[in-house]
Design a protein around this ligand. Structure first.
Ligand code: MN
Length: 253
């Protein structure tokens, strides 16, 4: 990897909000009741709360976004307030580049690891889904998936197995890892962006999340109860492959 590519991947990792301005314009959702105060803010859903019905139900989207994601943001703000801090308030990019990519910092600041990771992961997760999503990727992303996994159906099977196999709370991810596409689980709110990529050339590289699936029970329990497999099967119908392909194309460019 060249330094220029490294800079690009760094920018992409922290660009979770990159598509939000356009997305906000499309939304007819109302702002959540409680907006956590502090430097970190809860982004609105890029679509209406009922947009992912029947696969992801409206009530779950309200609870997941307005309560769970909001709590990560609120707790992150509280953790920041308690830090000795001499500079300007941290930005979302600062969170990703200076906190989530620093293993020592994360090991010493578990509240930020959990809530900062939760804020980052969910900020991406909303954009990784859309109304009338699903299907299969096309173009360069499809080619890369065929090269890395053999076929889309093999990828889908393996990703599903990873999501099913995550014991307890966590995520399944499609990640860019030093030029390869890989499927990785993370526990709790750990993020791939905190994982050092396997190919190191000219400095530290971190994985870049391209697609993630939240398998915390809060993501599915209201509609699917304990049937995580049914939730995963339904979720494939709302995957926003355009968003995933856009992230991948920025890595390739
Ligand atoms: Mn969640």
């Amino acid at each position: 990897m060249t330094r220029r590519q490294a800079i690009k991947t760094t920018a992409l990792a922290s660009a979770a909000f990159a598509t939000l301005p356009g997305a906000i314009a499309q939304t007819n959702s109302t702002a959540p009741a409680a907006t956590p105060s502090g430097p970190f803010t809860l982004p609105p859903l890029p679509y209406a709360y009922d947009a992912l019905e029947p696969h992801i139900d409206t009530q779950t989207m309200h609870l997941h976004h307005d309560k769970h994601h909001a709590a990560y943001v609120a707790n992150l703000n509280k953790a920041w307030e308690q830090m000795p801090w001499g500079g300007p308030p941290p930005t979302f990019t600062y969170l990703v580049e200076n906190w989530l990519k620093d293993p020592k910092f994360l090991s010493e600041n578990v509240t930020i690891r959990n809530n900062g990771g939760g804020h980052y992961n969910h900020s991406l997760f909303w954009q990784m889904m859309k109304k009338n999503g699903g299907g299969e990727p096309t173009g360069d992303l499809a080619k890369a998936m065929n090269a890395n996994f053999g076929s889309f159906s093999t990828f889908k099977d393996n990703f599903t197995k990873t999501a099913l196999g995550q014991f307890g709370s966590g995520w399944a991810w499609l990640v860019w890892d030093g030029g390869q596409l890989k499927i990785e689980p993370t526990p709790n709110q750990d993020s791939p962006v905190s994982q050092i990529a396997s190919i190191l050339d000219g400095g530290l590289q971190f994985q870049i999340p391209l697609l993630g699936l939240d398998v915390w029970e809060h993501a599915y329990y209201l509609k699917y109860q304990n049937k995580r497999a049914d939730y995963i099967a339904a979720w494939w119908n709302v995957v926003n492959w355009d968003f995933v392909a856009e992230r991948y194309s920025k890595l390739k460019a």
